[in-house]
Each structure stands twice: as C-alpha cells, then as structure tokens.
Design a protein around this ligand. Structure first.
Ligand SMILES: [Zn+2]
Length: 342
C-alpha cells in the first residue's frame, strides 16, 4: 500500500516536472557547460513468469521506444568515443547509450529502434559468455531459488558470518529475491565468489539454459551497420575488486585480445565497463595499463570534460524508474552534476 502511494506521488511529481519545461532549460544550461550523460541499460525485454529478472535489469520494449523518442528531443545522441575524445555538443547536451552484458534481446528489441533513429550505442561484452549457453551466476542463483521453492538454506553450508546467516533464514519469494541476490553479491565480494559458482555447478545449473547472450553473428551484423560499437565487460564478468591483481590482468587481457582478434574494436579506442560498476584506484590503473581507452561505472552523475575517463559516470535505466516519458525525464533531470569528488 505504502509502495503504491510512493509510486503515485513520484509519478505525479514527474508529470509536474515534465510539463514545467524546467528540464529543457537545464539541458540548454548544461550543454553550454559541456556536461553530458551516459545511460546504462541491461535487458530490453518484458519479464516472463518462468524467468526471474532483477528489477534493475530490464526496460520493457515499449518503454524503451518511448525513452528513445523523448531523449532525442533533449539530447544529441553520440558515440562514447566522441565524448571521450572531447567532442561535445553545445546546443543540446550529448548523451551516450550503453548496454551491459551482451543480452540477445539487445539485438531483437533495442537494435531495430536504434536503427530507426540512427542512434549510436556501445554494447559491453563479457566475452567468455558470448555465443555460449552459459548464464551469469546471479541468474543461475535466481533459477536455483525458484527450483528450491525459495528456500535459501543450502547457502548456510558456505556462509560463516552470523549476520548474513540470519538473513539467509528469512522467507524469500519472487518479489524479494533481489534482496537475496544482493546479499550474496555483497558477501561474495568480501569472500570467495567461487563458492557460489560451485553451489550452482553442483546443482547442474550453469549449463542448463538456452542462450540468453548475443551470438557472434548478431554482433558482426550490428558492427557492420556502423551504429553499434563494442567494448569489454571482462571475460567472465568478474568483479575486479574481488580478485587478485593477476586474475584481473588476465581478465582484462583475454577480453581485449578477443575483441581485437575479431576486429570488433580498433586499438585506438577500446572502451571498458566495470562489472557491477565496482572499481578502485588500483583497478582503474590496471584497466588503463591493459590498453583500454576509458571505463564506465554506475555512479549516477552528469559528466563534464573534467571527469576522469576511467571513472565515467552513468545513469542506470530500468523499468521502475523510467516507465513513461515523464518518469524518464525526471530520472535524468534529478541526476546530480559531477562535483569532481570521485
Ligand atoms: Zn554486467
């Protein structure tokens, strides 16, 4: 009930903001200051009852089409390479579209819309998953939970931390499953992510799905269009702050080499996206030394020409915060400017 009320208030606020023309003025002012936005999407598809998707992971195709229409009114949609090389629009602010993980719904649901508007975009590929039938461990965990009727007890064998153990005993269901995934994600950053892979492998889940990732053929076709660019999201979608420097280097190296060998990138501009957005000074240095040209995070801020290109800010776009044109505009309009603090 409370959630519904909050939703209604937010929607009402978005309609007032949208009709006030305030965002248009902000855009003009920000364009003159050289500010620009990078939007981060994951999946462009509707949820289905047989497959769990984290709420922050998707935008419905119909909402996505409306977003592209409304964003095009306020922004000049440009490539990531253009902004990283300092080519910024002054009439309208520049806006870059990025898509993480290389899901195949990008090809079926986003690419046709981008082609229609001639909008460039960058897709970040976890190269070890592309063209395979593997799934990310977070998706596998969600599937395992559905299979086990939302009982998280099996994780207790692996977790020592009392406060986490207590949370694992909680009753989970479809609507709070993302709390568990977040808990496991946080725990595994501090501890050993491999444990969770083992649990999922024991349960034969890692290889139990039809591919949800793009195929190389789809990628080559999109590359040919000249609109869609590609970048690295590591090879194994590894959270770089949670592994050794040697492992991080290997991930960065393998992924970059594969993209170069397949001629999906040129060595003069290879973008990178931190899995989970998680980075540190050390990781950013490794990304730079590995030969990447820039890196995007999930810090929700506008960028400007002084923003560190190995810590580019990015706005996460998902259905619950951007399901209508007015909500989309509120999401962008309420994004803080970069004060250079991070
Ligand atoms: Zn990712």
């Amino acid at each position: 009930m409370l959630n519904l009320l909050v939703r209604i208030i937010k929607q009402f606020r978005s309609i007032c903001y949208f009709s006030s023309a305030e965002f248009g003025k902000t855009c003009k002012k920000y364009a003159r200051k050289g500010r620009y936005l990078i939007l981060g999407y994951h999946r462009i598809r509707s949820p289905s009852p047989d497959q769990y998707m984290e709420p922050g992971m998707y935008v419905n195709p119909a909402s996505f089409r409306k977003q592209m229409e409304v964003i095009g009114k306020y922004f000049e949609i440009v490539s990531l390479e253009k902004v990283c090389k300092g080519s910024i629009c002054n009439e309208k602010p520049s806006c870059v579209l990025t898509f993480d993980d290389g899901w195949n719904d990008f090809y079926t649901n986003a690419y046709p819309v981008l082609k229609k508007y001639r909008y460039p975009a960058t897709v970040f590929l976890p190269t070890g998953y592309i063209g395979s039938n593997r799934m990310l461990w977070t998706d596998a965990l969600a599937r395992l939970m559905v299979k086990r009727k939302f009982d998280a007890g099996f994780l207790l064998d692996y977790v020592k931390d009392e406060s986490i153990r207590k949370k694992l005993n909680k009753k989970y269901n479809r609507s709070n499953l993302h709390d568990l995934i977040h808990l496991v994600k946080t725990y595994s950053i501090e501890h050993n992510q491999e444990i969770y892979r083992n649990i999922l492998m024991e349960n034969d889940l890692m290889n139990e799905c039809n591919s949800d990732f793009l195929t190389w053929e789809q990628i080559f076709e999109m590359k040919e269009s000249g609109l869609i660019h590609f970048g690295s999201h590591t090879s194994e979608h590894v959270i770089l702050t949670s592994v050794s420097v040697e492992r991080a280097r290997a991930e960065l190296h393998h992924s970059r080499e594969l993209l170069l060998n397949k001629k999906l990138v040129c060595s003069d501009f290879i973008p990178f996206c931190y899995p989970n957005g998680t980075n540190s000074k050390v990781v950013a240095e490794e990304v730079k030394s590995a030969g990447y040209s820039c890196a995007v995070t999930v810090r929700r801020r506008w960028n400007d020409l002084s923003t560190d290109i190995y810590g580019l800010n990015r706005i996460g776009m998902h259905q619950d915060v951007s399901f209508s044109p007015s909500m989309t505009v509120l999401r962008l309009g309420s994004t803080p400017v970069d004060n250079g603090s991070g």
